[in-house]
Ligand binder design. Sequence first.
Ligand code: NAD
Ligand code: UGA
Length: 443
Amino acid sequence: MKNIAVIGVGYVGLVSGASFADLGNRVVCLDINEARIENLNKGIMPIYEPGLEEVVERNVKAGRLFFTTSYAVALKDAEYAFIAVGTPSDVDGQADLRYVRMAAESIADAMDHPIIIINKSTVPVGTGDWVADIVRNRRPDAPEFAVVSCPEFLREGSAITDFMNPDRVILGSTNREAAEKVAQLHLPLRTTIMITDLRTAEMIKYASNAFLAAKISFINEIANICEALGADVKEVAYGMGLDKRIGPAFLDAGIGWGGSCFPKDVKALAYMAELAGRHPQLIHAVMDINTDQRKAPIRKVKKLLGGSLEGKIIGLLGLAFKPNTDDMREAPSVDIAWDLLRERAKVRAYDPVAMDNARRLLPEVEMADNPYALAEGADALILVTEWNEFKNLDLARIRDTMKQPILIDGRNIYDPHLVREMGFLYMAIGRGYNGVGIEEIIE
Ligand code: NAD
Ligand code: UGA
């Protein structure tokens, strides 16, 4: 059993803290958001994440997991302090490190024994050294400490499973002994543990996210070409993925990538590169393709509705940036809804869990109680998030209540032949012959 402090109880902090406790450690999770800590102490989760509540409850009951707003309490016996605070985008695209700075300063103020500070937040290359400088400058008399980078690779929606079954653990430090101690913590995960230098570890995180985003932008570009040439991107992706060098993952074409990480991290990588005097052409193309891709459903619905959306009722099936989360950060649904509103459409939406978060971002969008209420009287539906619930809808009932049975499948979840046979005017993404908007089908 080790004593661990985790700073920040968001997606990464809470999942890491609860999971480390589940591995038998004593974990104190800290946040400056008092309401979050108060709620956690009552068993109320601050985020929707499958399986999280159970793990938290189990470990609180077992006396291994605690929540506090006090750095003195969190660090009292801690040998390890994980920083897992947010690093959102600044206006110019660089990572905003104010929360990391605050966390580092608070650790410096509160530490009264040797400690390993571990950066789990996604931070620009060089931040580990910067954190060490902050602590040193603030507390020239500080007890011995080391900084280790340990980037996190979990995905929202499958965060607990991802944390417990990582493909690898990356550790970076100038202090080998400290990195090896952090490696010990991860041994129960039975995975490859790579120890490298701080900056390389920080770069591995950005490079990984940018590569995954590039894979999606690549397949979206191929999807658009498929549409023009009459090929089916789903089949193309399957055929490509059979090549082990390519692999099948992250080749689902759709309305583009969103979320709290890819958009900010790809931007931050471009910013870092430019600051260093480089011109990251590919990374810019990856972002540009993604911006365009969010317009695809608007173009399609406009075509099917004869060019104008004025006064038309458009329903959005799904709002979260991906299924199994309530996270609305950089969700494609937000851009799509605003574009529809600018076209003077009336926009409705339904999402199984993200509607509360979405209301704040989309005050002009009417929220429906369920997919069937969403469809009632609608001129078109756009599937935005591929929740399982939408894969098994009673489509006949949907069709019968709509004003016009128009369905834009932004995530390619339906069988084009089946839905067409049911009488829908259906368009998907990149499914040239099988499904979409090649001109002949529309005209
Ligand atoms: P989040 O916004 O969900 O949570 C951050 C938490 O930190 C908030 O509860 C906030 O109140 C708290 N906080 C801010 N300043 C603090 C301080 N000084 N002291 C204590 N707590 C403080 O963020 P997140 O999504 O968990 O992301 C955290 C980091 O992990 C980011 O750098 C992100 O890029 C990275 N990351 C996120 C994911 C993901 O799936 N969300 C995956 C991998 C890596
Ligand atoms: C992503 C990475 O997958 C994680 O490894 C990483 O830790 C995390 O970012 C992070 O750094 O925060 P996440 O954003 O939670 O995780 O979700 P993903 O499953 O990667 O999906 C991201 C976006 O890409 C979603 O909008 C999703 O709809 C889209 N996507 C994903 C596609 O359009 N096609 C695909 O084939 C896969």
